[in-house]
Design a protein around this ligand. Structure first.
Ligand code: FES
Ligand code: FES
Length: 159
């Protein structure tokens, strides 16, 4: 049995007929071909698959595609372009917030959520917000620095 869904991803509407058990991470990567969303653990631990669903950060590997019917989704491809990075992407580049880059899409999407919802007045608050995203390379210091700089820019203070 298939189920019909319609989702908006990065401003573009997609209609599809999907298996009820299809994971949203697989739909995004395999059905519509947006491979910027990474899949690591596939059971909700690493955060690599994080996307925004109706403005909230969500682990796409724990979400059934049918549960996203009607949703407005943003993936890393929706943030900026190589020629025109958005603020948080720019700060990750400036502060060297990535090495291999595997965790980076999830880190960026989590950072978008944190920057929208929280004051991020301390680095501890940033670290707590990132606690569901694992990075095996950076030691987190430069990721925190990138989000600190983006938060400072948002708040109108000098990073
Ligand atoms: S792949 Fe989804 S949390 Fe790790
Ligand atoms: S940069 Fe390699 S896992 Fe984070």
């Amino acid at each position: 049995m298939k189920m019909d869904i319609v989702v908006t991803v990065n401003g573009r509407k997609y209609a599809a007929s999907v298996d009820p058990r299809l994971l949203l991470s697989d739909f995004i990567r395999d059905t519509i071909g947006l491979t910027g969303t990474h899949v690591g653990c596939e059971h909700g631990v690493c955060g690599a698959c994080t996307i925004l669903v109706n403005g909230d950060s969500v682990r796409s590997c724990l979400t059934l595609t049918v549960r996203a019917d009607g949703a407005d989704i943003v993936t890393v491809e929706g943030l900026g372009t190589p020629d025109e990075l958005n603020t948080i992407q720019t700060q990750f580049r400036e502060k060297h917030g990535l090495q291999c880059g595997f965790c980076t899409p999830g880190m960026l999407m989590t950072a978008m959520d944190l920057l929208k919802k929280y004051p991020l007045s301390s680095d501890d608050e940033i670290r707590e917000g990132l606690s569901g995203n694992l990075c095996r390379c950076t030691g987190y210091q430069n990721i925190v620095a990138a989000i600190r700089a983006a938060a400072d820019l948002r708040n109108g203070s000098t990073p």
